[in-house]
Ligand binder design. Sequence first.
Ligand code: MN
Length: 234
Amino acid sequence: MKRPVILIFPSRKDDCTMMSVRYTDAIRCHGGVPLLIPMNTDEETLSEMIRSADGFLFSGGVDLDPVLYGEEKLNGTVEVDPVRDALEMTGMRLILKTDKPILGICRGIQSVNVGMGGTLYQDIPSQHPSDICHRQTAPATEPTHKVTVEEGTLLRSLLKKTVMTNSFHHQGVKDPAPGLCVAARAGDGMIEALESTTDRFILLVQWHPEFTHSTDPSSDALFSAFIKASRGDR
Ligand code: MN
């Protein structure tokens, strides 16, 4: 069976393109061929890469620059990377012209939401305070808060009505972009997953399933569905 090529938008540290092997392991273990997009990739090269890929993964990382959704930085907690933002926003514009599958993880849900025209809470503790801790101190393999999955969604076809997830975000989705709908929320109402309103496979989660892709059935299900969709087999 053909193995789908999954292009991954990575992190950056100084002049290095960075990526935890957890993402690439999860893609590989579920049958995909993971490829990283190097920082500074120009639009023409990116366009070639996107044409030859079967699916796209937007990974976790620092905050998006609020200027991308028409706001100024709220406070000093907002940490941005303009190089990464530029790569992802250019990539998104090209990817949205295709109908190939997209999986977003943590920053990835925020990135795709902003790229499609949505907005974010810049700092959950000051803009959406609650008793639920979205930035856990427990290890990432330990789920710490409950997420309720919306009935009738793609996500609900993959997961039970409620799942426990890990949580490492201080930003979150405020207004979903046109073309995206809420697929799951935490107990405080925080949006924890978005998906496409059309048949296109776009699945975006605020948690980090790559830490538990081989041990937790819910995490496994997300990667399995993404790779299956990228294979063109839905
Ligand atoms: Mn959370």
